[in-house]
Design a binder for this molecule. Structure first.
Ligand SMILES: [Zn+2]
Length: 293
């Protein structure tokens, strides 16, 4: 059992690492790939991975990257120019840190494109276009680093319901910059069905999480039906996305996504794929080893 996408540096995961890791191991857990999202959380990411690995053996792998929504959060306040200038400096700072730390990394992420949040925050059209440019430049940088250093990617691609321009832009950047040499996972793909075959054609896996356990997760269950076994990975995206049994449990005081919940995600996925949970778990573990091992 593995968790191919989680944010261990975020609370409450950061505070409960000992109990959560023990619970994961007790349920047969083997590997956790924790993701950095912003320069600000890189130190915490390294520290928590080190603590866990020291206590429990070689469980946590590390991915570093800049989440696409970081640019909106950091550089949309001071006007149009600031988006480009601020992001450029920020990206070169990221590259410097990456070069210093790359020997510790298993993957690059979380990176990608997000054409969702920018439409829900009251920013103007000109800023939206600028943000898209900046996100694409950031993704290009991550793709180049992946290619040069032979590292897999954990990719975020999110957009408004019914749209496909974000996933199309992401796929075309991979095709242009990856030359078939890059692989990895599209984590938590919640988009339309037709691009799924393009993701698979590029050789990427798709990461499934608690959304498949939600009554509202029908679209993602449909995606799962289309994905062959050898392209399935599991993830929690913790501390976000608690599984359905915990979400609806009125007695549960703290509700957050954590790696032990992969068990429930696999159980639901196995029903959808019409196979035993044990078999699906073992296939997905092999996929993790192939992509991130
Ligand atoms: Zn994430």
């Amino acid at each position: 059992m593995h968790d191919s996408h989680i944010h261990l540096a975020l609370k409450p995961l950061k505070d409960n690492w000992e109990r959560d890791t023990q619970e994961f191991i007790n349920m047969g857990g083997k590997k956790i790939l924790t993701q950095g999202t912003d320069i600000e959380d890189f130190n915490d990411t390294f520290q928590i991975a080190e603590k866990i690995n020291k206590k429990f053996g070689d469980i946590v792998d590390i991915a570093l990257g800049i989440h696409p929504t970081v640019f909106q959060r950091n550089f949309c306040k001071n006007g149009y120019d600031d988006i480009f200038n601020g992001s450029k400096k920020f990206l070169s700072h990221f590259i410097k840190i990456f070069e210093q730390e790359k020997d510790k990394l298993t993957a690059i992420g979380e990176t990608g494109l997000d054409y969702f949040e920018m439409y829900n925050s009251g920013i103007n059209d000109k800023q939206i276009e600028a943000l898209k440019e900046v996100q694409k430049e950031s993704f290009r940088v991550h793709l180049q680093l992946a290619k040069t250093n032979n590292l897999p990617l954990s990719i975020h691609a999110r957009e408004l319901s019914g749209k496909t321009d974000c996933i199309k832009d992401a796929l075309s950047l991979i095709a242009k910059n990856g030359n078939g040499l890059i692989n990895g996972s599209f984590h938590s793909y919640t988009g339309e069905i037709p691009p799924v075959s393009d993701i698979l054609d590029l050789g990427f896996c798709i990461g499934f999480n608690a959304i498949i356990t939600y009554p509202s997760g029908e679209n993602v269950r449909e995606v799962l039906k289309k994905v062959p076994e050898d392209k399935i990975l599991f993830e929690t995206d913790g501390p976000f996305l608690t599984v359905q049994s915990v979400r609806r449990d009125k007695k549960a005081l703290i509700k957050y996504g954590r790696s032990s919940q992969i068990k429930e995600i696999i159980r639901v996925a196995a029903e959808i794929k019409n196979m035993s949970a044990q078999k699906l778990e073992s296939i997905a573990d092999d996929n993790y080893q192939r992509v991130f091992g």
